[in-house]
Design a protein around this ligand. Structure first.
Ligand code: ZN
Length: 327
């Protein structure tokens, strides 16, 4: 519920360095292997202040460790937060808040209840653009304790990692979207057709696809960058006269990306067979979001151009390659 696959990242500023999670590394591996990379904080802050993308890229390359760990895409965002400990997560309740039309009001209510300062950041491409926007807002109104990143997730910051973690948990507890739909993994309809080679049934997503309202909301647009990066965008809606293979070919021709999920509205859902661990984690995260979406509120997805920009970005291609290579 707090982190899925390689998504999210944490950092601590210590002795002039930003120790930040490596791109593509999984937070859950932190106690088994090295997943953090030190980056020179003064050089990083300077590159961001000048909005100097080449200098930032050079610093990221220079920071790659001997075992190939590369600093997170979000290192710049961590650097512009003045607090010592920063946690960025795609935590489920916060992410739901970040995709609802009335999410900003819900977020402000939660922040008031917890008694901390909060700021809502409209969707902006992760990386330097997001860092610059946060730096601008910090200069304008002071650094907030919690940032809601629209169509993305949440950032919490404090002077210790313990406080930051507690704050993240408080935010999740306070937002607390109840589960509205229990999924039976074995409840696929019999009339959803045979499984084509290269695909498998997905019971949880089938329940979403059979709910007309939810199906429409999820198929309209991807909700977050990680859904674009790992699932190839919104679930592909299979037309009544179309086979799964034909739908996959059509989706690829339209967007250049092979989607991971296929919905047959009112009937069922399939996923590409042999998903990587990262792709499967994102499939599950989407279920956790969908089953909690409130009925009385519109869902706002990513705009087409924003989603396209992510697919072509080298930093995101690196995350996909790291996922494919993960043992
Ligand atoms: Zn993120």
């Amino acid at each position: 519920m707090l982190t899925q696959g390689a998504g999210g990242n944490t950092s601590v500023k210590c002795d002039g360095e930003l120790w930040v999670k490596a791109s593509g590394a999984w937070m859950r591996d932190a106690e088994e292997r090295s997943i953090f990379v030190p980056v020179r904080l003064d050089v990083l802050v300077e590159a961001v202040a000048r909005a100097d993308e080449p200098a930032l890229d050079a610093l990221m390359r220079a920071s790659v460790t001997s075992d190939g760990l590369r600093p997170s895409i979000e290192a710049a965002m961590h650097a512009v937060m003045p607090q010592r400990a920063v946690v960025h997560a795609h935590a489920i309740n916060s992410t739901i808040c970040a995709v609802l039309a009335d999410g900003e009001a819900r977020f402000r209510g939660a922040v008031d209840e917890i008694g901390v300062s909060g700021c809502v950041i409209p969707y902006i491409k992760p990386g330097l653009s997001l860092a610059l926007e946060i730096a601008r807002l910090n200069a304008e109104s002071g650094a907030a304790d919690i940032l809601l990143l629209q169509n993305h997730g949440v950032v919490v910051a404090a002077e210790s990692m313990r406080e930051a973690y507690d704050l993240l948990c408080a935010m999740e507890r306070t937002l607390d979207f109840p589960v509205r739909m229990q999924f039976e993994q074995s409840s696929m309809n019999a009339d959803d057709g045979p499984v084509a080679p290269g695909f498998e049934r997905d019971g949880a997503h089938a329940a979403i696809a059979r709910d007309v309202e939810l199906c429409a909301a999820l198929a309209a647009a991807p909700l977050t960058p990680d859904q674009v990066v790992f699932l190839g965008g919104a679930p592909c809606v299979v037309r009544p006269d179309e086979t799964l293979e034909a739908a996959a070919r059509r989706a690829f021709a339209e967007s250049g990306v092979a989607p991971a999920l296929f919905y047959l509205p009112g009937k069922g859902a399939f996923r590409r067979a042999n998903l990587t661990a990262g792709e499967a984690a994102q499939c599950e995260a989407l279920v956790e979001i969908a089953r909690r979406l409130p009925r009385d509120c519109a869902v706002v997805g990513l705009e087409t151009d924003a989603a396209r920009a992510l697919g072509a970005w080298e930093a995101e291609q690196f995350r996909r390659a790291a996922d494919a290579a993960r043992a």
